[in-house]
Design a protein around this ligand. Structure first.
Ligand code: UGA
Length: 448
């Protein structure tokens, strides 16, 4: 079966990147979102999120007509023979997963399938707890459409896209995981990916939807655990004369079984995925009576990093009350304007709680940060302006723009030059004349 007309439901960074990538490889794509403003904005060639290379690809796909934006499910299903559901799965207040958008989308797709003839494949790409595709999506689609599996197809196919590198991750993924209930659905999706990737088809794992759903959660939880592991070691290093977590990470990362990636100690993991998914897995475990102690510890260590950074700041400049502090970087990681669950914002909020006066800077995320921090901090449009007259500079997100910091610059601009490196961007040797501290860097060892 060859399916080449695609509907993408939900145009966040996952859906929009996928829609543009497919359109650029010759697929006929319709994009759909419940947010009318967003659809109109995208239709005009504007991307609601910053994603490297996406605006160019979007304009090209709109210009050559390979991507169409519509607002109607019936029409979307009519114009396609395969749909990817990429809607959000936010957290409920208790940390469990809110499936209402997935349910809505399944209902609308199901309804639109009722009078549609011919095979149609529904692919869930939103991150959903194990069992959702079988117990929730399948039930809704069948109730609404009156069809049964075989007349239509259903797969769970997780995405592993990093924000900022979403396109690269779509074009060159490490693997494709296909969770399907019947062979026809699995084969149809596999064929679809074969035509998308051509000769550079990545490795594929075909399994049940439940396994595929768990793979996505376990994947994110493992990466978060890896970061928390090195952050735990960073706490050890901070109290160990002569120790440096960066060197320790380099050393253990040379073991091929461990690998160096995701061993960068710092303020911890944030963003729209890890915090939501790690908590979602914990709550899912509880819901079926299984305790997940490693996941609990992963969260605990992540929280401790913020207090750890506050303690380091106090070591450098004493009581933080009334101190003027410059915070560089607010995005949850470099290369994005996303501040959701940003560790830097959490740090700023903690500094304010301790009575500090905070001035912030970010190359891209200032506007989005303003929506959270409002009048509680002041905003600088340049690094120089941010540093000027302050008692402490904290590097919170490791944008390469901040590599320009030199001790002469800090001496010239700051009232009391002191630097706290929370993302290990700097070489401590280059800041020997001023007060300097870094996460995971032990006190100097005189006997070395
Ligand atoms: C993450 C995963 O990496 C993707 O594979 C996954 O598809 C995505 O979530 C998702 O579930 O949709 P992303 O949220 O874009 O992608 O961010 P990462 O690059 O993984 O970084 C997450 C957080 O960990 C950031 O706050 C980053 O600063 C932090 N981090 C990362 C560290 O503190 N240390 C590291 O060594 C690596």
């Amino acid at each position: 079966m060859h399916l080449s007309k695609v509907a993408v439901v939900g145009l966040g960074y996952v859906g929009l990147s996928l829609a543009c990538a497919l359109a650029s490889r010759g697929f006929e794509v319709v994009g759909l979102d419940k947010d009318y403003e967003k659809v109109m904005m995208i239709k005009r060639g504007l991307t609601p999120i910053y994603e490297e290379g996406l605006d160019k690809l979007l304009r090209k796909s709109l210009d050559d007509g390979s991507l169409k934006l519509i607002y109607d499910y019936e029409e979307a299903v009519e114009r396609s023979n395969l749909c990817f559901i990429c809607v959000g799965t936010p957290s409920k207040p208790d940390g469990s997963v809110d499936l209402s958008y997935v349910e809505d989308a399944s209902r609308m797709i199901g309804r639109s399938l009722r009078n549609r003839r011919g095979y149609y494949l529904v692919v869930i790409r939103s991150t959903v707890p194990p069992g959702t595709t079988i117990n929730v999506v399948k039930r809704i689609i069948e109730e609404e459409s009156g069809k049964s599996l075989g007349d239509y197809g259903l797969c769970f196919n997780p995405e592993f896209l990093r924000e900022g590198e979403a396109l690269q991750d779509i074009f060159n993924p490490d693997r494709i995981i296909i969770g399907c209930l019947d062979e026809t659905s699995g084969e149809a999706l596999l064929n679809f990916y074969r035509s998308f990737h051509g000769d550079s088809m990545p490795p594929v794992l075909v399994t049940t939807p439940t396994n595929a759903e768990l793979i996505k959660y376990a994947n994110n939880a493992f990466l978060a655990m890896k970061i928390s592991f090195i952050n735990m070691i960073s706490q050890l290093c901070q109290n160990l004369p002569g120790a440096d977590v960066k060197v320790v990470a380099n050393g253990i990362g040379m073991d091929r079984r461990i690998g160096r990636e995701f061993l960068n100690a710092g303020l911890g993991w944030g963003g729209s995925c890890f915090p939501k998914d790690v908590m979602g897995l914990l709550r899912f475990g509880e819901s079926i009576g299984v305790k997940l102690p490693l996941i609990e510890a992963t969260i605990e260590v992540n929280e401790a990093q913020i207090i750890g950074a506050i303690k380091l700041a106090e070591k450098l400049v004493g009581d933080l009350r009334g101190k003027n502090i410059a915070v560089l970087g607010l995005a949850f990681k470099p290369g994005t304007d996303d501040v959701r669950e940003s560790r830097s914002i959490k740090l700023v909020e903690k500094l304010l709680e301790y009575g500090a006066k905070v001035r912030v800077h970010d190359p891209r995320a200032l506007e989005k940060a303003r929506e959270i921090l409002r009048e509680k901090v002041s905003y600088a449009s340049s690094i120089e302006e941010c540093l000027s007259g302050t008692d402490l500079c904290i590097l919170a997100t490791e944008w390469s723009e901040y590599k320009v910091l030199k001790q002469e610059m800090l001496e010239k601009l700051m009232k009391n030059p002191a630097l706290l490196d929370c993302r290990r961007l700097y070489d401590p040797k280059e800041f020997e004349r001023i007060k300097f501290a870094a996460i995971g860097l032990g006190p100097p060892n005189s006997s070395q």
